[in-house]
Design a protein around this ligand. Sequence first.
Ligand code: CTP
Length: 413
Amino acid sequence: MKKILLIVGGGIAAYKACELIRLCRKAGIEVKCVLTAGGQHFVTPMTLAALSENQVYTNLFDLKDEAEMGHIQLSREADLVVVAPATADLLAKMAAGIADDLATTLLLATDKPVLAAPAMNVRMWQHTATRRNVATLRGDGVTILEPDEGPMACGEYGPGRLPEPEAILRAIQNLWEGSGEGVAAHTTVTTAPPLTPPASGRGTLTGKHILVTAGPTHEPIDPVRYIANRSSGKQGYAIAGALAALGARVTLVSGPVTLATPPGVTRIDVETAQDMANAVAQALPADAAVMVAAVGDWHVEAAAQKLKKEGGAPPTLHLSENPDILAMLAASPRRPGLVVGFAAETEQVVDHAVAKRTRKGADWIVANDVSGDVMGGEANAIHLVTADGVEHWERLPKQDVARRLAERIADAL
Ligand code: CTP
């Protein structure tokens, strides 16, 4: 039987945790609850104990609990830690690594995946500090659900409502349906046959772990439709192969493409930008990261059922921003020593790439002009933007671009 540790934070939405417990139990999941001091203003330990049929933990310094169940053990015996509702305060403490009560201590002590379902006032959700904390946590591999949009208990309107308990349960089950603990939904891992590694020495990458993202993302609209882009994945796959050929251990996080895995490369298949962000966080630490994927900038608040033509107005798609994986990785405490981004531009290619390098915190930006046939094509004209300036490479087949870039990376590491 799967087990979750449910941390119930202090917010009006805490009452929905009761329904979540009931749904989890119905789905055969064992639930143990931790109720914060704030949470106790909204629901009682007795309610959660009755619904979960388990003891509810509230106090870090409760010696009786410590004797029976150490807080380290409590944080690790579950398969997943779920924070619902995750208040702005809880997210801030999690991002900062503060452990000043039982809930935050467990979150710091756990070695299990963490899923947080935020609920707060719309202004608090949109505040720069919360945006920063959410980006940090996603960069650390925490799955954070998007809050629902709608009228709020405080009388305002917007995103900030706790996702419905059914949606939280679905997210829990999606995490578990992935190929491994903590690996995102829709994720499969394959490893191509190994290469004979080159002898170690200068110009080789033996002993280095390099993370590469490639391909497009698919953002579902409903169970049968999605938003995608024209990226073929060819350049990213060529780079992953060239890095492996120089002896690197390569993890390739790939959106949906029809390419074969290059020899020696471990490939993690993902579908959405959020899956890709989770898989990237799970693949760390790495000595370098090369982010070639054409990540969708937005996702749709996807419908659970297929959209039907019903004769009235066409349906409206509500878009929300996706995590910027490159920027998150560059700002993460687990930042690889060398972070390389790509820039697909249709005008003022170099100017935009120079600005992008600073904005995203990358060490290098590999800029290409996608106004022609680059996407899906066989060749690429590159401008390599580093802290030292800009190099203009002649138009080269994507395999040659990959080899040259891999050699530059080997020299830099
Ligand atoms: N990238 C990412 N996550 C995103 C968007 C982009 O990791 N959500 C990475 C890409 O893999 C690439 C770089 O950021 O390495 C630049 O992507 P690009 O689409 O060119 O830039 P945008 O961030 O979308 O900016 P703009 O659309 O303003 O050019």
